[in-house]
Design a protein around this ligand. Structure first.
Ligand code: ZN
Length: 133
């Protein structure tokens, strides 16, 4: 199933257009299916070459969830936040795990602030939805 843009709120449509503006629209695919990996409700996948996929479980769709995944793409596509790959080439597993954890915390903090700033609401529902990545 494809995304129906006419169903998006104005705020989310604006975010969607801003996200694909700097991204060839061919490079973002929104797939209304449960993510194939793990138990997440929604997930974004970046192949490292500028191609993004967002998977969303249709029964769980909300503008809040979609905008969350879109903002992950937005951050990556625009290099908004530094991405820690690891602390060092020879980093041990602990350092690598810490880098992953820190990226996750930094991105989610930024995303939630940005959703508030853009008036995309639904944070309370979101907090009840575990496993959004
Ligand atoms: Zn996330």
């Amino acid at each position: 199933m494809e995304l129906h843009k006419e169903n998006l709120s104005d705020e989310v449509l604006k975010l969607y257009e801003e996200t694909i503006k700097n991204l060839d629209s061919e490079r973002l695919h929104v797939i209304m299916e449960k993510p194939r990996i793990g138990n997440a409700t929604a997930q974004y996948i970046h192949d490292g070459k500028g191609n993004f996929k967002i998977y969303i479980t249709p029964e769980s769709y909300s503008d809040y969830i979609f905008s969350h995944e879109l903002l992950h793409v937005y951050i990556t596509a625009n290099g908004i936040l530094p991405i820690l790959t690891s602390f060092d080439k020879n980093a041990d597993e602990t350092s690598k795990s810490l880098a992953i954890l820190l990226n996750d915390i930094i991105q989610h903090k930024w995303i939630m602030n940005e959703q508030r700033r853009r008036n995309i609401l639904g944070e309370k529902n979101f907090l009840n939805l575990s496993l959004l990545i």
